[in-house]
Design a protein around this ligand. Structure first.
Ligand code: PEP
Ligand code: MG
Length: 905
C-alpha cells in the first residue's frame, strides 16, 4: 500500500462493513444496502463501494480523484487478505464484479462487469480450483464479452454472432451445450474481436481490468439510456453513481448452484408470501434479463431445502428490519447462499396502499410513516378506469400480471414504430419477446407492454412498474415474431396495427378493444362503493384508511375548481372543502353568446343596459344552483376573465362571409357591424390584452351585473334558509387602483341588494394574484383584498414570458431534452422563480392584513410536488379540478406529516 502523507478530508472508498442503509447519497442504494446487510450479519460476499463523490469529481473534471487509486488499493488489499487470494492470482484467482449503483434504482440503465480478474493464466487456476474447466472458460468468455461491450465500447452483436456461430458449428441450441474446448476457441475469437475493434489487446492485468471497469461505470451515468430514464423518473442529473466492487460468487457452478430474485411480498398485490424466480445453474444477469425461463421461487424448496429455509429466514429479518417490502437478489454457490442485493422494492400503486396499511396493522410503522409510503401519483393511477369484466371479449392469451392498468392500442413490435406511431397520435401496445434497456423509448411511448418471456422481475416488468405503465409479461403461448411484425397464438394472428387490449391486473390479453369501467377507487370516492362493507374491496379499504390519515394530518384545505353544480357536487363527494375557482366565462357561451355579442356591439347605453338586464337573471340562476350545491362551503366566484373577442365570431370566417356577401351585393348590416367590432377588438396578444379586470373597467355594467347576480342569488338562498358563502374574485389585477375601483362599485351593488332584500350578505371581495406586478405590490393590494388566490397559470406565463397555449406544444420538448427544466413549469410550480414570487406576495399580503386568506387555483393546486410547496409557504388552501382532489388531500397530508427518512420512489 502506498503512503499518502497529505491529510485526507474526503474518503472515497468504504468497505461493506463501514456503510449503512442511510448513506444512499454517498454509497448509492446498492452499496448502502449491501453494507446494511453485512452489518446485520447476513451472508454478503465481501467487497467495497466507491462513492458517488468520486464519480462526481470524475464527471466534473474528466479524471478520477487523485486519492482514489491508493484508496482502492488499500481496500483491495484488505479484501484479498479476507478472501485469502489475490485478484487474478494465477493458481487461485480472486474475481470481482464491478457494478453501478446510484442513489435511486435505475434498472439496467448503467453498466456492470462480472468476473474481473480472469486472464489467460488465471483461467487455468480457476478451472483447477473449481474442478470445472468448462465453467472457467465460460466465465472468461463472459468477461471478455461484457468488458468488450461496456468498457471498450465494442458492438455487442459481434460477440453474439460469434457465440451463435460456435453454437451452429457444434449444432447445439443453447450455450450451456458448448464444451470447454468450444469455449476456449470462442475466447480466442473474442480476443480477436477486441483487438480488431478496440485496437488493443484484452488487458491481462487484473488491476487494469478493474480500473477500466470502474471508469466505465462512472461514464455510464451519462449514457443516453440513463439520461432518458432519469428525465422520465425525475431523478436529478447531478447525483452520480457509486461503484460496488464485490467478490464474485458463482451461480453457474452446476445444478447445486443458481441465482434468483425474491420479494418479501407480492409487489403487485402486497400480499405476504413467497414471490420470486429462481434459475438453476446461472449467473445473476440471466434472471433479470429474462432470457432463460425461471422457476417460481417456491420450487427452490425441493431443489435445495437448506438454502430455501435460510432465504426465508433472511427475508423475514429484512422485512422487519426495513419495515417494508424488500426485493432481493441472491446466488447459491454449491449449496452456500449469498445475498447480492436488497432494497426497498418497487411496487404497484395498489400494493403501495395495501402494504402501508398492513404495516401499520403489524405495528411496524405509524400513520405518518404510512403516508410517506404512498403518493399522489399512485393514487391518481388507481383512479384510472379498468376493463369491463362483463363485456364480450375475445381473450387470446394470458401472461403474468406485471404492472396493473387497462391498456388498449395498436400492436407494434419494435420501439421505433411505437415512438413513430404514438407521435402521430396513435395509441400503441409494444409487443416484444422480452425487452431490454434499448426499448426504453418505446416503452415510454406505448400505452402498455406485452412480452412473451420473462417473469415478474424481468426488465419489462420492473421498468413498467416503475413508470406506472400497464404490463403483461411472460405470456408464453404467444409466438412473437418481431421480424414479420406479428404474433401468433393458437391459430390467431395479430398483425402490426391490429388493436389489442391488455390487462396488467389479471395478465389477460384480448383481441380488439375491450370497454373500460371506472376504478373501484373512483366508485368509492363517488360514494357508490363503501369501505367497511362486507364485500368491500381490499384496495378501497386501504385507500379509505390512508385518506383518513391524510385528512387528520393536513393543514392545507382543499377546494375545487368547478363552474357548475354538477362539478361542485362531485368535488364535494371527493372531499372538497369549497370551490376555489368558479370561472364564470362558461356562463356566457352557448345560447347566451348572442346576448354577449349584443352587449359588446351596443351603440348606446340603453342598448347595453338591455343586454345586461337579460343576462342578469340567467347569471343569477347559475349562482343559485351553485350555492345550493355548495351550501355551507366557501365558493370563490371569479368575474369574467377572457378577452372579449372570444365571444365574437372568428375573424377569418366572418371576413370571408362578408366578402362573399359583398360580391353578391347583399351584405348584411349586422355582419358588417360585427366585422368592424371584431377588427376593433382584435389583439396580437390577447392573453396580455383586454381581459380580466380591464374588461370590467372598460365595459360599464358588466362586473356590476355579475356582482348583482351573485348578491341576489345569495339573498335568495338565505331566504330559503340556505347557507351561501360566496367570495367575489377579481381577475388579472396588476395594481391596487384597479381593484379599488371595482371594489367600490361592487360594494355599492351589494349594499343595494342588502337593502332591497333586507338580508346581510357578508360577501368577501378578493383578487387573483396572477401578474408579476400584483405579486410585487401584494402589500398594497392586500389593503383592498380580503383574500388572494394565486393564479399560477398566468403567473407562470407572465413570469417566464411563455405563452401558455403555445409553448408546451412548440418547444418544451426541446427544453426538456436539454434539461433546462425537468418538468414543465405549467405542471409543477417553478419554485425558484414563480414560487418565490408566491412566497414573497403571501408574506407581504399578510404583513398588511394578518387575516388575509391565501389560496392557489392554478393547475399547480393539484400537482403533488407543488402542493408540498404551497404547504411550506403557508397558504390556507389549494384548489384543483374535482378529479385531482383526492390527490391534493393525500399530498397535503404527506406534506404535513414528518417523514422518518425513508426514500420511497
Ligand atoms: C390562473 O391563471 O392560474 C388561473 C387559475 O386562471 P385561468 O387559468 O383561468 O387564467
Ligand atoms: Mg388566470
Amino acid at each position: 500500500m502506498s503512503e499518502n502523507k497529505e491529510p485526507r478530508t474526503v474518503k472515497f472508498v468504504y468497505d461493506f462493513t463501514e456503510g449503512n442503509k442511510d448513506l444512499k447519497d454517498l454509497l448509492g442504494g446498492k452499496g448502502a444496502n449491501l453494507a446494511e446487510m453485512t452489518n446485520l450479519g447476513l451472508p454478503v460476499p465481501p467487497g467495497f463501494t466507491i462513492t458517488t463523490e468520486a464519480c462526481k469529481v470524475y464527471l466534473d473534471s474528466g479524471e478520477e480523484p487523485v486519492a482514489l487509486r491508493d484508496e482502492v488499493t488499500a481496500h483491495l488489499d484488505a479484501l484479498e487478505q479476507k478472501m485469502g487470494k489475490k485478484l487474478g492470482q494465477p493458481d487461485n484467482p480472486l474475481l470481482v464484479s464491478v457494478r453501478s449503483g446510484a442513489k435511486f434504482s435505475m434498472p439496467g440503465m448503467m453498466d456492470t462487469v462480472l468476473n474481473i480478474g480472469l486472464g489467460d493464466k488465471s483461467v487455468q487456476g480457476l478451472a483447477k480450483q473449481a474442478g470445472d474447466e468448462r465453467f472457467a472458460w465460460d466465465s472468461y468468455r463472459r468477461l471478455i464479452q461484457m468488458f468488450g461491450k461496456t468498457v471498450l465500447g465494442i458492438d455487442g452483436e459481434l460477440f453474439e454472432d460469434a457465440l451463435e456461430a460456435a453454437k451452429s458449428a457444434k449444432k447445439v441450441q443453447v450455450d450451456t451445450d458448448l464444451e470447454a474446448t468450444d469455449l476456449k476457441k470462442l475466447v480466442t475469437k473474442f480476443k480477436k474481436i477486441v483487438k480488431t475493434e478496440a485496437g488493443r489487446d484484452f488487458p491481462q492485468d487484473p488491476r487494469e481490468q478493474m480500473d477500466l471497469a470502474i471508469k466505465a461505470v462512472f461514464d455510464s451515468w451519462n449514457g443516453d439510456r440513463a439520461k432518458l430514464y432519469r428525465r422520465q423518473e425525475r431523478i436529478p442529473h447531478d447525483l452520480g453513481t457509486a461503484v460496488n466492487v464485490c467478490s464474485m460468487v458463482f451461480g453457474n457452478l452446476g445444478p447445486d448452484s443458481g441465482t434468483g430474485v425474491a420479494f418479501t411480498r407480492d409487489p403487485a398485490s402486497g400480499h405476504q408470501g413467497v414471490y420470486g424466480d429462481y434459475l438453476q445453474n446461472a449467473q445473476g444477469e440471466d434472471v433479470v434479463a429474462g432470457i432463460r425461463n425461471t422457476v417460481p421461487l417456491a420450487e427452490l424448496e425441493q431443489i435445495d431445502k437448506k438454502s430455501y429455509d435460510q432465504l426465508m429466514q433472511i427475508m423475514e429479518t429484512l422485512e422487519n428490519h426495513y419495515k417494508d417490502l424488500c426485493d432481493i437478489e441472491f446466488t447459491i454457490e454449491r449449496g452456500q447462499l449469498w445475498m447480492l442485493q436488497t432494497r426497498v422494492g418497487k411496487r404497484t400503486a395498489g400494493a403501495a396502499f395495501r402494504i402501508a396499511t398492513q404495516l401499520v396493522d403489524q405495528g411496524l410503522i405509524d400513520e405518518a410513516e404510512a403516508l410517506q409510503r404512498v403518493n399522489g401519483a399512485q393514487l391518481a393511477q388507481l383512479m384510472f378506469p379498468r376493463f369491463d369484466e362483463d363485456a364480450k371479449v375475445q381473450m387470446i392469451g394470458r401472461g403474468i400480471a406485471a404492472s396493473p392498468g387497462a391498456a388498449v392500442g395498436k400492436a407494434v413490435f419494435d420501439s421505433y414504430t411505437a415512438i413513430k406511431w404514438s407521435r402521430s397520435g396513435e395509441k400503441v401496445i409494444l409487443i416484444r419477446r422480452e425487452t431490454n434497456p434499448d426499448d426504453l423509448d418505446g416503452m415510454i411511448a406505448a400505452e402498455g407492454i406485452l412480452t412473451s418471456r420473462g417473469g415478474k422481475t424481468s426488465h419489462a416488468a420492473v421498468v413498467a412498474r416503475g413508470m406506472g405503465k400497464t404490463c403483461v409479461c411472460g405470456a408464453e403461448e404467444l409466438e412473437v415474431d418481431t421480424k414479420r411484425r406479428r404474433l401468433t397464438v393458437n391459430g390467431t394472428v395479430v398483425e402490426e396495427g391490429d388493436v389489442i387490449s391488455i390487462d396488467g391486473s389479471s395478465g389477460k390479453v384480448y383481441l380488439g378493444e375491450v370497454p373500460v369501467v371506472p376504478s373501484p377507487v373512483v366508485e368509492y370516492f363517488e360514494g357508490r362503493m363503501h369501505a367497511g362493507a362486507d364485500d368491500a374491496d381490499e384496495l378501497v379499504e386501504a385507500v379509505h384508511r390512508i385518506m383518513a390519515f391524510a385528512d387528520r394530518k393536513r393543514r392545507l384545505r382543499v377546494r375545487a375548481n368547478a363552474d357548475n353544480a354538477e362539478d361542485a357536487l362531485r368535488a364535494r363527494r371527493f372531499g372538497a372543502q369549497g370551490i376555489g375557482l368558479c370561472r364564470t366565462e362558461h356562463m356566457f357561451l352557448g345560447d347566451r353568446r348572442e346576448l354577449v355579442e349584443r352587449l359588446i356591439l351596443a351603440d348606446s347605453e340603453a342598448e347595453r343596459e338591455e343586454s345586461l338586464k337579460e343576462l342578469l337573471p340567467l347569471q343569477k340562476q347559475d349562482f343559485v344552483q351553485l350555492f345550493e350545491a355548495t351550501d355551507g362551503l366557501p365558493v370563490t366566484i371569479r368575474l369574467l376573465d377572457p378577452p372579449l373577442h372570444e365571444f365574437l365570431p372568428d375573424i377569418t370566417e366572418l371576413s370571408v362571409r362578408v366578402a362573399l356577401a359583398e360580391s353578391r351585393k347583399d351584405a348584411n348590416e349586422n355582419d358588417l357591424r360585427l366585422l368592424q367590432a371584431v377588427h376593433r377588438l382584435h389583439e396580437q396578444n390577447p392573453m396580455l390584452g383586454l381581459r380580466g379586470v380591464r374588461l370590467g373597467l372598460v365595459i360599464p355594467g358588466l362586473f356590476t351585473m355579475q356582482v348583482r347576480a351573485i348578491a341576489e342569488a345569495a339573498a335568495e338562498r338565505k331566504a330559503a334558509k340556505g347557507d351561501p358563502r360566496a367570495e367575489i374574485m377579481i381577475p388579472l389585477v396588476g395594481t391596487v387602483q384597479e381593484l379599488e375601483i371595482v371594489r367600490e362599485e361592487a360594494d355599492e351593488v351589494i349594499a343595494e341588494v342588502e337593502a332591497a332584500t333586507g338580508t346581510k350578505l357578508k360577501l368577501a371581495i378578493g383578487t387573483m394574484i396572477e401578474l408579476p406586478r400584483a405579486a410585487l405590490t401584494a402589500g398594497q393590494i392586500a389593503e383592498a383584498a380580503q383574500f388572494f388566490s394565486f393564479g399560477t397559470n398566468d403567473l407562470t406565463q407572465t413570469v417566464w414570458g411563455f405563452s401558455r397555449d403555445d409553448v408546451e406544444a412548440s418547444f418544451f420538448t426541446a427544453y426538456l431534452e436539454k434539461g433546462i427544466f425537468g418538468v414543465s413549469p405549467f405542471e409543477t410550480i417553478d419554485k425558484d422563480g414563480v414560487g418565490s414570487l408566491v412566497k414573497a406576495a403571501a408574506e407581504a399580503g399578510r404583513a398588511t392584513r394578518p387575516d388575509l386568506k391565501l389560496g392557489v387555483c392554478g393547475e399547480h393546486g393539484g400537482d403533488p410536488e407543488s402542493v408540498h410547496f404551497f404547504h411550506e409557504v403557508g397558504l390556507d388552501y389549494v384548489s384543483c379540478s374535482p378529479f385531482r382532489i383526492p390527490v391534493a388531500r393525500l399530498e397535503a397530508g404527506r406534506a404535513a406529516s414528518t417523514s422518518t427518512g425513508s426514500d420511497h420512489r
